[in-house]
Design a protein around this ligand. Sequence first.
Ligand code: TYM
Length: 332
Amino acid sequence: MDKKIIYSGIQPTGVVTLGNYIGALQNWLKLQDDTNYQCIYSIADLHSLTVRQVPAEFRNRALSFFAQYLACGLDPQKNIMYFQSHVHEHTELTWILNCFTYVGEASRMTQFKEKSQKHPDNINMGLMDYPVLMAADILLYNTALVPVGVDQKQHLEIARDLAMRFNNLYSSTFTVPEPLISKVGAKIMSLQNPTAKMSKSDENVNATISILDSEDDIMRKFKRAVTDSDTEIRFGEDKPGISNLITIYASCKGISIENAVKELQGLTYASLKEAVGSSVVQLLAPIKLRYNDIMNDKENLLNIAREGAEQASYIARKTLRKVYKKVGLVQL
Ligand code: TYM
């Protein structure tokens, strides 16, 4: 039986956050040992060009993100791991899919609207085309499941729509992908504004935990986390700060929200923050240790990326050839 394909990616902007770890990476780690699946994970570097990058910093950051994939425990023997820009089929399929995407549907995307507001001086075509490139990423590999946080759901929907639109016009070509969004931790919130998601590029460093933060930084940021003026430790919409802390604790410990509440109940807010901070420190400590070693061996890092790109290209090439044929391009 053919293995089902799992595909996901992270953009190398800002830092890899605890939100990325809990919403995405933690689930990827669970999937890599399931022999029913072939998992493919990219560093979505072309996506990051939709906002201005300083080239030398960007290059280092992309490599650092790849090293963080490995440091988290993603195993290149079990997963295909590569940089999006190393597999040219992504941009080629994007062009084809562009010709099937309506300007109206692309301009309605929440993230496009948000980013346009944030960068009014640089509302470029790439920003609007972002979900089409993401659809190409996914559809090139006949992906069945896409493990992401809840913020990517709308982009997944456009990928599904494009797959179905193309299949209806040209007969079955693409697998229609399903999102895989975990029940707990699909949206980790900012520590400073618990009604907004924890975002990689937040300017307030206290709002975000990087998975490479020091123990001191992590404990300090949790100490300062915004909660409420109440004293009750309870999970609920009316208590976004406390609910976020409970979610983080549950995700780090691998337990349900109910059990986390049971464990944490009765603590003062100060002790709650300490308990959550410690659970994060414990989770992240081994990652940081491995990261330094991995980053020190760039050659090995590039070899893994090269091999991953070759494996990915092999699959992507076949899909693109099929697509070119279906739309009527001349084959040599
Ligand atoms: P990106 O880089 O913004 O985020 C990477 C992954 O982390 C999840 N995530 C979160 N989960 C929980 N809480 C949060 N606060 C949080 N912040 C981020 C995201 O949902 C995502 O799963 N366009 C994508 C990258 C991408 C991609 C793809 C994803 C490119 N191609 C193909 C899946 C399939 C992005 O910018 O994610």
